[in-house]
Design a protein around this ligand. Structure first.
Ligand code: ADP
Length: 422
């Protein structure tokens, strides 16, 4: 049984085709620059890379091209499109409505549309991808997996802003959190590695990529996370400022900045890029810092300091932690950043192992000394495999063959790491 996973942006469609239940990736690729010059399908089938440049006018054309490539008699990986039994979609914002992945119907689409103003850059293209897939695969169940869903267990005390309550009632102003699929995936893997039940682990997961967020989990469930109403809140990121004093926006407005300029400033010109003046790319900025560039060093220091502060805060929230988990491009690949965050966290029970930390790059592994009361684990994230798991699980359920009565979102990722290891 094949499951197609789609992650749709405004001008791109990323996809992976999984063979289920093995969760083996048999094809993956990207349609890029949709509606623009130089649009192309870039794909990898059975390890072979290809690039097909051709006009791709819209998302419908993009999905059609993906499906055509999958069944291509020469380069394709499946004989018939009917082999695809379900299609999973990454949807960034589900508001308060979705506590797990759902089968898409008109009501679900209307709800995703309703909360689109909370994620104006993401939800509309996600919906475009859903519609294009519905169009191309009308007989196949379409499943939505929300970045926000895993965080719906966060209690009121953590999700409410100290603003007039009416704003929550009227506009849904509260903290939602993002990267939920990634946080859930790495936490479930961590539970497996530590030999614990997935609901018997207290941990802090650090997803550090271009966007970064930190999540506190009690008994395997999210109880707080650093991103808020939007993915701007929290730690410093590639181009996003993270937590700031909101009054500085009024101050800058007084100096002549309008809403668009402030939005751009906070989302696109800040973070590692803003501080370093060089790049949003942590690897580039780290290299420059090592060569003596002081602003680059400052950018790295601020990036690490804010994450360290969140780890401290979430340790206080949780009381007891079993593990801190690093994931995302930076968390997985940058031992120096992990060391800068964790080397002095003895007081919360973290005893780093320098050699192990240096060795664990882009792979799963422990980077604390044996016997460290709190383990630090590196776990490469895989949001697509988590979405494929949810999608397959729900397709089975729809077909009346569900094998589990656990909550869907958790059942789906339970054994994913084992699948990845295969
Ligand atoms: P996205 O949020 O776009 O999915 P990724 O998870 O791919 O981002 O992470 C991208 C970030 O990871 C970039 O800042 C990149 O510099 C960083 N990164 C990747 N490899 C390394 C490395 N070896 N050292 C430091 N940073 C790295």
């Amino acid at each position: 049984m094949k499951v197609l996973v789609i992650n749709c942006g405004s001008s791109s469609i990323k996809y992976q085709l999984f063979d289920m239940p093995d969760k083996r990736v048999i094809a993956k690729g990207l349609v890029e620059r949709i509606g623009d010059q130089g649009s192309a399908l870039v794909f990898e089938h059975d390890g072979e890379k290809n690039r097909v440049e051709q006009p791709i006018s819209d998302h419908d054309a993009g999905v059609a091209l993906i499906l055509k490539a999958l069944v291509d008699p020469k380069d394709g990986v499946i004989g018939d499109i009917k082999e695809i039994v379900a299609c999973g979609h990454r949807v960034v914002h589900g508001g308060e409505a979705f506590t797990g992945s759902v089968v898409i119907n008109d009501k679900v689409i209307a709800t995703i549309e309703k909360v689109a103003d909370l994620a104006p850059l993401h939800n509309p293209p996600n919906l475009t991808g859903i519609r294009a897939a519905q169009h191309a695969l009308p007989d196949v169940p379409q499943i939505a997996c929300f970045d926000t869903a895993f965080h719906t267990s966060i209690p009121e005390v953590a999700y409410m802003y100290a603003l007039p309550y009416e704003l929550y009632e009227k506009y849904g102003i509260r903290r939602y959190g993002f990267h939920g699929t990634s946080h859930r995936y790495v936490a479930r893997r961590a539970a497996k590695i530590l030999g614990r039940h997935k609901y018997n682990i207290n941990c802090i997961t650090c997803h550090m990529g271009n966007g970064s967020s930190i999540t506190a989990m009690r008994d395997g469930k999210s109880v707080d996370t650093s991103m808020g109403l939007t993915p701007l809140e929290g730690v410093a990121m590639g181009t996003r400022c993270g937590d700031i004093d909101p009054a500085l926006l009024f101050y800058l407005a007084d100096k002549g900045y309008d809403i668009d300029a402030l939005n751009k400033l906070c989302n696109k010109q800040s973070g590692v890029l803003g501080l370093s003046g060089v790049s949003n790319d942590v690897r580039t900025v780290s290299e420059k810092a090592q060569q003596g560039d002081e602003r680059c060093q400052l950018a790295i220091d601020v990036f690490c300091y804010k994450i360290k502060k969140y780890i401290g805060a979430y340790t206080a929230v949780l009381g007891r932690i079993d593990a801190v988990i690093f994931t995302g491009g930076i968390g997985e690949n940058a031992p120096d950043i992990r060391a800068a965050i964790c080397d002095e966290l003895y007081q919360i029970g973290i005893v780093m192992d320098t050699d192990r930390n240096e060795q664990v790059v882009g792979v799963e592994g422990e980077v604390t000394r044996s016997g460290s009361p709190v383990k630090v684990l590196v776990i490469p994230t895989d949001e697509e495999i988590a979405i494929a798991g949810d999608t397959y699980d729900m397709a089975l359920e729809l077909a009346g063959g569900s094998t589990t009565d656990a909550p869907r979102a958790d059942a789906a990722v339970d054994d994913l790491g084992a699948a990845k290891a295969r």
